[in-house]
Design a protein around this ligand. Structure first.
Ligand code: ARG
Length: 586
């Protein structure tokens, strides 16, 4: 099923082609002036420039051809040669009727599905997830859903940070505290099956050890040696590593679940460790690996680089694999396992150079087709001072605490608004959880991902304005309306567009396809968030102007029920693409 804008673009493209011009000139967009037109096409201006013709005359010829289209009610030339289009009420009504029962709520699949890995979340062993991981998780989850929705085969991968220097640091710190006991023995084991450390131990030890490594070269060197020994396979270190890994993983999975974030793959850096030696051999055989001050590196600088990019460090002088090494080996792994066409890395913008290095090395080595690796950076979530969000004490806020704080606010707001009063205690808790997630995710995703924004829980949690809770409330209202209709035995029928508010709603429903396409092309869900809000507003106006259950005629009622159904379906679909679940009632 094609949306009207696309259908009109095709028609206008055919008109341009018939004039001997490029069909792409026929691109139709929503009108900038909804008071004058539904859609517009600016192609005549560009065409006239190229052909040195008069734009208004050219526009008139295109318009003449478009007039014959049965979906078009009027074509007008405005200004220097804009073509303004109005569609018929019938065309809008037919499209809305289709949307009400369309599995994709009016959006369209991609023409050529691809195999796509989305690398997001990026949690680390022993470090609790903090607000920085919040954005990676929220944006990545949404993009994963969006690509899958449009027909791609998608794997979301958490890419757990469980290898490298941080593990050596932890082992060294645990040994000093006397917590690593039996695991320090050099032999084959067996080693205790019980974890010697709790999550709390890890969370306490890691920051202290990281700070110490900065201040004390001797401690840092020990940690580096421990890293190299772990990677070389020392059994006690491996056993200890496994405990730290599992203890962290359990906590991370809890946090992700609370956020409604799920992964298809829970792979980590350590999983690709066996791939590193053969990869290093291959890089060497290809002449890409060179020695540099005792380390092994790949030079990735290119002619014409505006900034100097340092080489990719593959093996440190201690013999350890680095962050870039595991990322490169992960590309090999994903090539073997997923045979990807595209990998999207949803990671903080501050890692842009790292990914540029890794991608270039992968292209040089032939592990990925040029352009098949994309880093999708994002800005930070800031505090009121405009700096990355911190707790009142100035520390980094743990994700689990942020989620709990948001839930508490959701409960408070629901009570104030006298919502969820009929719910049992469990249902109320479930509703509060959904409202909390909706508030956080919508606030994040309504911004372009590259933009930083200020964390303002009061605003995010408001039931009015451009917020997640407002959209949930609107969706729940429509659900309740449709339940009432069903109870009274009223069914939906064909849409008839008669009132201006109905027309506006039908046009808004048609615009979903474009919002989805744009989000996909730019890898930014904000256009979907924007659309969801516009749709909810358009529905509100419609609902205020057009009685549904009390409509004058059976046909009008059936039509308005169909419009309500289409709206609900599209709103829930849009919210789902943002990773937001809608409760049945509130
Ligand atoms: N664990 C990393 C961090 O916290 C993020 C991992 C991102 N993904 C990747 N393939 N490097 O900074």
């Amino acid at each position: 099923m094609t949306d009207l804008r696309t259908a009109l673009s095709e028609a206008a493209g055919a008109a341009f082609a018939a004039e001997g011009l490029a069909a792409e000139l026929g691109r139709v967009t929503a009108s900038d002036r909804p008071d004058l037109a539904d859609f517009q096409c600016n192609g005549a201006l560009a065409a006239a420039k190229q052909a040195k013709a008069n734009p208004r005359e050219l526009a008139a010829r295109i318009a003449e051809r478009l007039k014959a289209d049965p979906r078009i009610a009027s074509v007008e030339i405005a200004g220097p040669g804009f073509i303004n289009l109005r569609v018929t009420d019938q065309a809008l009504a037919a499209r809305a009727t289709e949307t009400a029962s369309d599995a994709m709520a009016g959006a369209a699949p991609v023409s050529q599905p691809r195999r796509v890995v989305v690398d997001y979340g990026g949690p680390n062993v022993a470090k609790p997830m903090h607000v920085g991981h919040l954005r990676a998780s929220i944006i990545g989850e949404s993009l994963k859903r969006l690509f899958r929705f449009r027909g791609d085969q998608v794997w979301g991968d958490a890419h757990f940070g469980d290898w490298g220097f941080q593990m050596g640091l932890l082992i060294t710190a645990l040994a000093e505290e006397g917590l690593a006991g039996a695991f320090m023995a050099e032999g084959e084991g067996p080693f205790p099956a019980e974890s010697p450390v709790t999550l709390a131990d890890l969370e306490r030890l890691y920051p202290a050890a990281a700070a110490r490594a900065k201040a004390e070269p001797e401690f840092r060197d020990r940690a580096r040696r421990a890293t190299a020994e772990l990677q070389a396979g020392r059994p006690g270190y491996r056993a200890l590593w496994k405990h730290m890994h599992d203890v962290s993983m359990a906590a991370l999975q809890r946090d992700f679940a609370a956020l409604g974030v799920t992964f298809d793959l829970w792979k980590g850096e350590a999983d690709v460790d066996p791939l590193i030696p053969p990869m290093v051999e291959e890089l060497r055989a290809k002449g890409l690996l060179v020695e540099d001050q005792g380390a092994q590196v790949v030079h990735i600088a290119r002619e014409g680089d505006k900034r100097e990019l340092p080489p990719l460090l593959v093996i440190s002088s201690e013999g350890s694999a680095m962050y870039g090494t595991t990322d490169l080996a992960t590309i090999v792994d994903r090539r073997n396992e997923q045979a990807f066409d595209l990998v999207l890395y949803v990671v903080d913008q501050r890692q842009a150079d790292h990914f540029e290095q890794v991608f270039r090395a992968a292209y040089l080595a032939g592990y990925a087709a040029e352009g098949s690796l994309e880093h999708l950076g994002f800005g930070t979530m800031n505090g009121p001072d405009g700096k990355p969000f911190k707790t009142r004490e100035g520390g980094v806020l743990k994700l689990a605490d942020l989620i709990e704080m948001t839930r508490a606010k959701a409960r408070e707001r629901l009570r104030e608004a006298q919502l969820g009063e009929d719910a049992t205690a469990d249902e109320f808790e479930a509703i509060a959880g959904k409202v909390a997630v909706a508030a956080l995710k919508f606030a994040d995703l309504s911004n372009w991902r590259g933009t930083s924004y200020v964390f303002d829980l009061d605003r995010f949690m408001s039931f009015e304005g451009k917020t997640g809770p407002y959209l949930l409330y609107q969706a729940v209202r429509i659900k309740s309306l449709l339940r009432k209709a069903a109870d009274q035995g009223f069914g939906a029928g064909a849409v008839v567009v008669a009132e201006p508010a109905e027309r506006d709603l039908a046009l808004t429903l048609d615009a979903f396809a474009q919002a989805v396409e744009e989000a996909y092309d730019k890898r930014g869900p904000n256009t979907i968030a924007e659309h969801a809000y516009r749709l909810a507003q358009s529905f509100s106006k419609f609902y205020a102007a057009c009685p549904v259950l009390a409509a004058d005629t059976v046909e009008a009622r059936a039509s308005r029920l169909a419009l309500s159904q289409a709206t609900l379906k599209q709103l829930e679909t849009a919210l789902d693409l943002l990773g937001i679940e809608t409760p049945e009632r509130m």
